[in-house]
Design a protein around this ligand. Structure first.
Ligand code: ZN
Ligand code: ZN
Length: 278
């Protein structure tokens, strides 16, 4: 497990180096990089960030770094996806203007991007991602989401990526915040600005997972403020959280971002919980 995580972290640093040189005779730096990669592969064979299975060489790029089994579990569509809330409904239902899960919701964000439903492999991966050692897994899931939404997410022309923040009291006993990691990777992949301190939590709130839908809305009411309104004024904002269930958290955050003058707010989460999974 530890060797796999170390391998993926080391590999992540090396993969950011320039890719193969088009010149026929490789420069010394190219063959040195290839030799170094081969040595790292030998000591730390690349593994799936979820199940730690060793990856065949031909799987490393096409599956976002996951093994075939996990990749199929994470990417197989299960129906039509509602753009307004990220919910999944039957394959022949019209979701142009919303779906059964969001028809009564007054969402102020414009769209939701998500990898899948909060269930199975993705549900477990979201739980693991809440721990510090889950960062390589979170990064791989963002890569997979960006690959699956390659055209549409790029077309959003995101100006700033903003994570859902923790309250300072929560930071005292929970140093790791999954949305911070996710937002950092999104900003890097979309080559745009990261607004880690743009949004602030104004008060301590109990965990949403233990509350019913109505209690979740009350819990998050007026829980956020925009610390730097100038950074979102006139901007298209990508608001990032790990899971969206009722949407109460991202909706309250989107409200204050809108009030600060944002042009458009789109939400990106790893998973959409439909209220029946937790
Ligand atoms: Zn796997
Ligand atoms: Zn919907």
């Amino acid at each position: 497990m530890i060797a796999g995580v170390v391998s993926n972290v080391v590999r992540g640093q090396i993969m950011s180096a320039p890719q193969a040189d088009p010149v026929h005779v490789p420069r010394p730096s190219s063959w040195w990089s290839a030799l170094r990669d081969a040595a790292i592969d030998f000591v730390y064979p690349p593994t799936c960030p979820f199940c730690q299975a060793e990856l065949p060489a031909d799987m490393r790029e096409v599956s976002g770094g996951f093994c075939l089994t996990c990749w199929v579990a994470l990417t197989t569509p299960t129906g039509s996806v509602c753009r307004r809330c990220g919910g999944t409904v039957g394959p022949y239902l019209d979701v142009e203007s919303g779906c059964i899960f969001c028809q009564d919701e007054a969402y102020v964000f414009d769209r939701v991007y998500r990898l899948g439903l909060y269930d199975g492999v993705l549900g477990t991966a979201c739980l693991w991602g809440k721990h510090r050692r889950g960062d390589p897994l979170l990064a791989a899931l963002v890569k997979l989401l960006c690959q699956s939404e390659r055209g549409t997410l790029a077309d959003e022309k995101i100006d700033v990526v903003v994570p859902i923040p923790q309250h300072w009291l929560q930071r005292l006993y929970r140093s790791h915040n999954a949305p911070d990691t996710l937002a950092t990777v999104f900003a890097s992949r979309l080559r745009t600005r990261l607004g880690t301190h743009t949004l602030q939590k104004t008060r301590f709130t109990p965990r949403q997972g233990r509350l019913g839908p109505q209690a979740r809305r009350i819990n998050m009411k007026n829980a956020f403020r925009v610390a730097k309104p100038a950074s979102v004024a006139g901007a298209t904002v990508l608001l990032v959280d790990d899971v969206m269930t009722t949407g109460a958290t991202v909706n309250e955050a989107a409200k204050v971002i809108r009030q600060a003058g944002a042009k458009r707010v789109v939400v990106a989460v790893l998973a959409r919980g439909l209220g029946i999974h937790r």
